[in-house]
Design a binder for this molecule. Sequence first.
Ligand SMILES: [Zn+2]
Length: 232
Amino acid sequence: MKSLSAHDLLIAWEHGWNRHPVDRAQLLRTLSAPSADPVAIAGEPLGARNAALLEVRAATFGGRLRARIDCPQCSAPLELELDTTTLLDACQKPRELVEVQGLRFRPPCNRDLACIAGELDAETATRQLLTLCAIDKPEDLDLDALLSEVESALESADPWSDLSLAVHCDACERRWSEPLDVPALLWDEVQHRARALLDEVHLLAQAYGWTEGMILDLSDRRRAAYLQRVMA
Ligand SMILES: [Zn+2]
């Protein structure tokens, strides 16, 4: 998996800042796999998308993931730390299809999420999503009767589509599942790094008269070494 270069990070920041999270996920996936067909990327099951983005995250920012959350019961601050390589080793690949009462469904993909992004009512959105995922669409298809059965079949067919971490608070012994939104997590880090890169370009361009492209072409190590000299 390709890491995101300094150029990629600024492209993502520039084109993603005012976009829907679903579009940001597509943008980050496309930047990380420039030779892949964007249409195929949009059609990959969400679990595959999440695994790919977690790999991009590890390649770009390292395999250690640290997060701070507050316990929902006693508000104690908790530091979460996990090794994404271990997590990825345990990744379960999505199944292509599930069958519920003789009807076939495929796991949802990013394109499906884009189609329902404008729907504000959660139940209607779920119904629309499952209609998109239905391979067999008989005229008398009554999704309402199958909704929960199809949802749980698809969840087990693509367990990485909706990731969560088991968390335990030592202070009050509360245990809960904390959602792990891989695209949102990666987007936050991309934004943060892109802003820092803009500052670095600004300082180095002022000091040396180099262009943005020249500065972004430098390795992180060289850029940091020049910055150290400029700030000295
Ligand atoms: Zn607690």
